[in-house]
Design a protein around this ligand. Structure first.
Ligand code: NDP
Ligand code: GDR
Length: 371
């Protein structure tokens, strides 16, 4: 018998990688997608199976984390061995604009999943993974951050995720459920959402190198993040649910980098050196040298400006995680480092933007900038 997994947030970055990973492990995979007025399955279209096909192992269902009856029905019908709760309003900056919705989805949504399993009497059958986050650490209390570092959330997103974290622990203790938190530090990939800073940078740098855009506006360049590759992190989600005991785990690379340095690394991938000058909102980046004949920009060209509209009312300044527990107890070893990640993202975005360039040269209007 195949194991059955239910993934909420399957149309997102992690959902797509995890679905592919579990299908390769011979799981039957079910995903929850939201109804939207446009197709929203780009990231998983390569996994799609026609409903008329026989012996399918990949199924999509409409649903929403704000709809308990839907979730109860799905859990009842699918009878999952494992649930990966990845669905969330996952943008920290946007959570300040839509705090109530974020609380409902990211906080109460997790409760709805746990309650569905409990109400259906599936506490001993179904293992649950909760997508917790390094944003829980927020204001720096301790570095590097571990499973025992105190939380100090700094956004409506992080506060909602803190509820989700503790309700997962509570259901584990109260009902003896195999429910675990993966406290994942930032992880990125070529299919990262376009408004997260890494992807915003790799898209913009690719467009600037190809002459499709002049500059990019960013927020806090001093923020430091522990960036890993999403592929390494979804493997760990699965390992967490295969462990002998239900526990909470930090997943991180143990290295931290500023947004400013990520910009330099992205430009370096296309052979362009940039220097930052000035401070605060006046800080700018300029081209200092071009080493690749394919991407020649004028020396001194201004390519990065700071726009305070991207500053957050309360910021998380420094994240750096210590994943020793996951490494020692579960044998998790990340295979890709930050350099590999930047290369992967830049190669993919340059290709994507070359298509845009081709369309532009053919007389088509270019797409809008992503913020
Ligand atoms: P994405 O933003 O790429 O994906 C989020 C997914 O959740 C999408 O499938 C989205 O659907 C879905 N979703 C949003 N709201 C709802 C809702 N109300 N009901 C049902 N589905 C909904 O996030 P990631 O893949 O990057 O992250 C996965 C999870 O891990 C999230 O919970 C995130 O908070 C958490 N996390 C992420 C980290 C990271 O660095 N990537 C680090 C730590 C935690 P749609 O496609 O329709 O928008
Ligand atoms: P984060 O990711 O908030 O860490 O949350 P994001 O990429 O949005 O920001 C990282 C840091 O970069 C700074 N920054 C900017 N951010 C964005 N989005 N746009 C900008 O222009 C910009 N300029 C500077 C931010 O201020 C911040 O300090 C991500 C999400 O995936 C969460 O769901 C997840 O829980 C955490 O990672 C771990």
């Amino acid at each position: 018998m195949k194991k059955v997994a239910l993934i909420t947030g399957i149309t997102g970055q992690d959902g797509a990688y995890l679905a592919e990973f579990l299908l390769n492990k011979d799981y039957e995979v079910h995903g929850v997608k939201r109804r939207s007025s446009l197709f929203n399955t780009d990231r998983i279209d390569h996994l799609y199976q026609d409903p008329h096909e026989k012996n399918r192992d990949f199924f999509l269902h409409y649903g929403d984390l704000t709809d308990s009856t839907n979730l109860i029905r799905l859990v009842k019908d699918i009878q999952p061995d494992e649930i990966y709760n990845l669905a969330a309003m996952s943008h920290v900056g946007v959570s300040f604009e839509i705090p109530e919705y974020t609380g409902n989805t990211d906080g109460l949504g997790t409760l709805r999943i746990l309650e569905a399993v409990r109400l259906l009497g599936m506490e001993q059958k179904t293992r649950i993974y909760q997508a917790s986050t390094s944003e829980l650490y927020g204001k720096v209390q301790e570095v590097p951050q571990t499973e025992t570092t105190p939380f100090y959330p700094r956004s409506p997103y992080a506060v909602a995720k803190m509820y989700a974290y503790w309700i997962t622990v509570n259901y584990r203790e109260a009902y003896n459920m195999f429910a675990c938190n993966g406290i994942l530090f930032n992880h990125e990939s070529p299919i990262r959402g376009e408004t997260f800073v890494t992807r915003k940078i790799t898209r913009a740098v690719s467009r600037i190198a190809l002459g499709l855009q002049d500059k990019v506006y960013l927020g806090n360049l001093d923020a430091k993040r522990d960036w890993g590759h999403a592929k390494d992190y979804v493997r760990m989600m699965w390992m967490i649910l295969q462990a002998d005991e239900a526990e909470d785990w930090v997943i991180a690379t143990g290295k931290t980098t500023t947004v400013r340095d990520f910009v330099k690394m992205a430009f370096a991938e296309v052979g362009i050196d940039v220097v930052f000058k000035g401070t605060g909102v006046e800080e700018k980046a300029f081209v200092s040298a071009c080493h690749n004949p394919e991407f020649q920009l004028p020396e001194g060209m201004e390519v990065v400006n700071v726009d305070p509209k991207y500053f957050r009312p309360t910021e998380v300044d420094l994240l750096i995680g210590d994943a020793s527990k996951a490494k020692n107890k579960l044998g998790w070893v990340p295979q890709l480092d930050l350099q590999d990640l930047v290369k992967d993202m830049m190669q993919s975005d340059v290709k994507l933007m070359q298509k845009e360039q081709y369309l532009k040269e053919g007389g088509h209007k270019t797409l809008n900038y992503f913020e």
